[in-house]
Design a binder for this molecule. Structure first.
Ligand code: ZN
Length: 260
């Protein structure tokens, strides 16, 4: 199984002063599935990034990415509590090794059950997490190369199905490109990624270095180092990611354009 990128999470500003699992419907966007899956409810920036990720998975990897159930995107406090109580016991079951503290008591995970966050702490309660139904190793490999471009990452190596949106209000360029493409296709026009590719190619050949910020905002890197990293990523990926390479180029150019 590929190693899952686990970037730090920035919460969207609209969540300031709100309570986990008790979000008003005004801050939540529901996205119906075009491929027969359950609707996905998330806080606005995460919903936009989800739509772009789903479109990319379908278009470029023929993967109809779906949530496991309607309760596996935004989850109310009551739903999280019911889930937690179904998996944890205050009396230690035989063979239990993992526990959490909730309401001043120790709760033991029933062996064989997947772990769950303590009620009031889940990223599902913030409307930034989705549990994906149909992950396979191959699909996961594609996702680990493509998801970060859309602002998505993981939380635990042991839970490849549990993804979360990490970038707060900093909508990734690839999401903006997706939205622009959508708008253009509604107008009967087509996005041309070749300009971005040309720019990336010219950057690769430059002696001059630029400082760019990676989409997860974790650090600023020199363009040459970033280009090297991108080339490594492409070299070790057997899957067709040509179009995501284009989107990556758009991302890099947007970052370069913002340099001081
Ligand atoms: Zn989850």
């Amino acid at each position: 199984m590929p190693t899952l990128p686990i970037p730090n999470v920035t919460l969207p500003a609209v969540l300031n002063g709100k309570s986990n699992g008790q979000l008003p419907s005004a801050v939540l966007w529901t996205t119906p599935s075009d491929t027969g899956g359950p609707a996905v409810t998330l806080v606005e920036p995460a919903a936009r990034a989800w739509r772009a990720l789903v479109a990319a998975a379908l278009e470029h990897y023929s993967w109809p990415i779906r949530a496991t159930s309607t309760a596996d995107s935004y989850r109310s406090y009551a739903q999280q509590e019911a889930l937690f109580r179904a998996r944890y016991r205050t009396t230690k079951p035989d063979g239990a090794t993992e526990s959490r503290t909730w309401q001043g008591r120790q709760w033991w995970l029933v062996p064989g059950k997947a772990s769950a966050a303590v009620p009031g702490t889940s990223n599902h309660g913030w409307g930034i997490a989705v549990d994906i139904a149909n992950v396979t190793t191959d699909r996961l490999r594609w996702l680990t190369t493509a998801a970060w471009i859309y602002g998505w990452g993981w939380e635990l190596q042991s839970e490849p199905w549990h993804m979360r949106y990490t970038l707060g209000d900093a909508i990734p360029a690839a999401v903006l490109v997706y939205e622009q493409e959508n708008e253009m296709s509604e107008l009967g026009q087509q996005w041309d990624g070749s300009y971005a590719i040309k720019r990336l190619e010219s950057l690769c050949q430059m002696d001059e270095t630029y400082t760019v910020t990676l989409p997860d905002k974790s650090k600023r890197v020199e363009t040459n180092d970033l280009v090297k990293a991108v080339n490594t990523l492409i070299a070790r990926t057997a899957d067709p990611i040509e179009i995501d390479y284009k989107r990556l180029a758009v991302e890099i150019i947007a970052a370069v354009a913002e340099r001081p």
